[in-house]
Design a protein. Sequence first.
Length: 303
Amino acid sequence: MRHSLQRSHANLLLLAVSLIWGSAFVAQSEGMGGVGPWTFTGTRFLLGSAIVAPLAWREWRVLAASGVQPVAGDAACIGALGILLMLGAMCQQIGIVGTTVTNAGFLTALYVPLVPLLTWLVIGVRPHWSAWPTSLGCLAGTGLLSDPRSLALSAGDSWVIASSLFWALHVLFVGRIAERLAAPFLVAGGQFLVCGSISLCAAAWIETITLAGLRQACWPIVYAGVVSVGIGFTAQVVGQRHAPPADAAIILSAETVFAALFGFFLMGDRLGARGLAGCALILACVIAVQVAPLMRRPARRGQ
């Protein structure tokens, strides 16, 4: 019973993460008016690492007191997560420059069906059967939320499609590493630091960073750094300690629904019958993937 409660709480936390990430698409798009994608990604993730730093330091002291401090191998795992995070975030951010927010949300959701497949191929763990139809359902739902007339692949679309592979690998491994170390804030802060540092170093080499540009992109960076990274990505690490990767991917895909809602309230977007059907389909899949594993076939009675 305790395990099921942990799982249900983790699923609710991941649903809150999807709400945060759905709202962040607006900030990611608006922030491109003042800075380049490498600068935006680097500053937001370094800001996120600063937000999590006090909690990460507390966990480090607790681990040190118990004599189980992370070793070099653990640091390498956190660094690898940071690189996956950087690759996913950068491909998505570069793609947003050349595509619409709707397309970005739809194409990012391609990681949903990739997670159960990679779980099976990489780890050798076959997910619950419900992961397959609900993954396809989420993909179909995000398709209904998009405008079919604007889905011709552009360079931006291709970058966002590439990001889905790195998001899938990140979702696959982040929960396992956080659970093994029993230090979710240390894992979160470490990966943010790696991601932000690499991105900002690349920005200094590739892009022109100006004070005026940073001032123009200030609030989108603050929102994306504090809320999306500091709160959202950290909550993902905490939640995935108790949620299977395939379930987590499907629940997190609800960010598409929330992106549509934030677009409705903040940007004047309107959903027709097609979009409403997409929202309903994704929410149904999110509920189904939580309920189906809890259902058990009744035992057969003896004849």
